[in-house]
Write a protein that binds this ligand. Structure first.
Ligand code: KE4
Length: 436
């Protein structure tokens, strides 16, 4: 067991004034029956908690920290910018510079707007799609998360062809009835929904590689079919690349699947750990955004100079030769090492990884295709494994429905330490399972 008195005290204190003691639910460690660790600092691949425990960090703030924590160049760029004030609420050159850098890697984003979060980006993208098509219905997929947008916090109704139901109180049914939630990777579901609602669907929004039901990689035919059906029914295709943008490849999942969406949303990495979101796409659509067009979007801190600067530096560094190739190579050694260790102790364990993003599943099923498959994994074993690894200084996502992330700061020493810790944990797990 690792010392955790200071984190425990901090959690008790924060819980008195912040719901759940955290500012985002997953941080509360509820789904792993554990207490959250409060972080004091990070450097490179490591984070340190209030009790001075050191962890190899495979969350990286849920994706932004692709260079690792406290990258000197990024920090220096923020320091330089904030000396001239932290915000103006007026245009600066940095916004144009970041937009051009993004467009270079995401040519489908002919024009774009900055926001302060991924949620704002997807919310604005949905409004834009509804505005330009003058249609209300939208399609999303079970297991995909696009931020806490009312229209998108929707789970499948009794049948996927029926109306969606809110996945949170406080969201009007009158709103969610316009959202269809279909099965990921299921072409039939999709085709039926389009036929049934021909020319009523404003857009399809999808995580083109899913990272919010653990890491689920879509079938290429599925992605291509969405594009075809959107063309056929004049609906817009929105790729939510808040997580996958610059993560799975420099040009995101759209580079890997060679499929151009009409609108793309970005976040996380493009802010280098500072609050940023982006939505962008075809000029003919983006020029309908106010004040050029009638579709409203705004934001006090949209394009914040410090966030722009952090994003510019982060993208400049990850644009270096072989950055993603090296990242995926390192990740493949980690993932295959974990799999080998699990197999050694006959633990049912599957892996998925793309670029610098990964997932692992405690199940016999070796092809995880959708939310149901993830739901059928062994949650109890995940919880035990998570806590064993945390105790050994390995900081994985505290939920079996989250993806993991590696950075360019992780070394082969870190990878080998992680595999060693996993082997010890699988051994304990196997004794536990055999004793049952
Ligand atoms: P934010 O509003 O959290 O910046 O972005 C929302 C969002 C949109 N689209 C995708 C594909 C996302 O993954 C996210 C946010 N991701 C979660 C991680 N599962 C953020 C972690 C959290 O909410 O604490």
């Amino acid at each position: 067991m690792r010392k955790n008195n200071n984190s425990k005290k901090a959690f008790l204190d924060s819980s008195k004034i912040i719901p759940g003691g955290v500012n985002s639910p997953v941080r509360a460690f509820k789904s792993v029956n554990s207490l959250p660790v409060f972080i004091k600092k990070g450097k490179g691949a490591y984070i340190y908690d209030l009790d001075d425990n050191k962890y190899i960090d495979y969350i990286g703030s849920w994706g932004p920290m692709i260079l690792g924590h406290a990258n000197e160049t990024v920090i220096k760029s923020i320091e330089k910018v904030i000396k001239n004030s932290t915000s103006f609420g007026a245009p600066t050159l940095l916004e144009t510079k970041l937009a051009k850098l993004i467009k270079k890697n995401f040519p489908s984003m002919e024009k774009m707007r900055m926001t302060s979060s991924g949620t704002e980006a997807t919310m604005s993208a949905i409004r834009l799609a509804r505005g330009v098509t003058n249609r209300d219905k939208i399609i999303k997929f079970e297991g995909c998360y696009h931020g806490h947008v009312d229209s998108l916090l929707v789970k499948a109704g009794s049948g996927s062809a029926t109306f969606g139901v809110p996945s949170s109180p406080g969201i009007p049914k009158d709103l969610t009835k316009h959202t269809f939630t279909l099965k990921y990777n299921n072409i039939d579901d999709l085709e039926k929904c389009f036929i049934k609602n021909a020319n009523k669907i404003a857009c399809v929004i999808i995580e083109p590689i899913a990272g919010n039901m653990n890491c689920v990689i879509p079938n290429k035919k599925f992605i291509k079919k969405i594009r075809t059906l959107c063309n056929k029914y004049n609906s817009l295709l929105i790729f939510d690349e808040v997580m996958t943008g610059f993560r799975v490849a420099k040009g995101g999942a759209q580079e890997i699947y060679k499929t151009k969406p009409d609108i793309t949303t970005l976040g996380k990495i493009v802010g280098g750990g500072m609050p940023v979101g982006v939505f962008g796409g075809k000029k003919k659509y983006m020029d309908q955004v106010s004040p050029v067009g009638p579709i409203y979007h705004a934001g006090t801190l949209s394009g914040n100079p410090a966030a722009m600067s952090a994003g510019i530096k982060t993208i400049e560094i990850l644009s270096r030769k072989n950055f993603h190739k090296n990242l995926e190579k390192k990740l493949s050694i980690l993932m295959l090492g974990l799999k080998k260790s699990a197999d050694k102790y006959n633990i049912p364990f599957q892996i998925n990884y793309v670029g610098g993003m990964f997932g692992f599943f405690f199940t016999e099923k070796n092809n995880i295709e959708n939310f149901e498959d993830v739901n059928n994994c062994n949650e109890k074993i995940f919880q035990i494994f998570f806590n064993l690894m945390l105790g050994k200084g390995i900081y994985f996502a505290p939920s079996s429905f989250e993806a993991g992330f590696i950075s360019s700061s992780h070394t082969m020493k870190d990878i080998n330490l992680t595999i060693k810790a996993a082997e010890e944990s699988f051994k304990i797990l196997s004794n536990y399972l055999n004793s049952k």
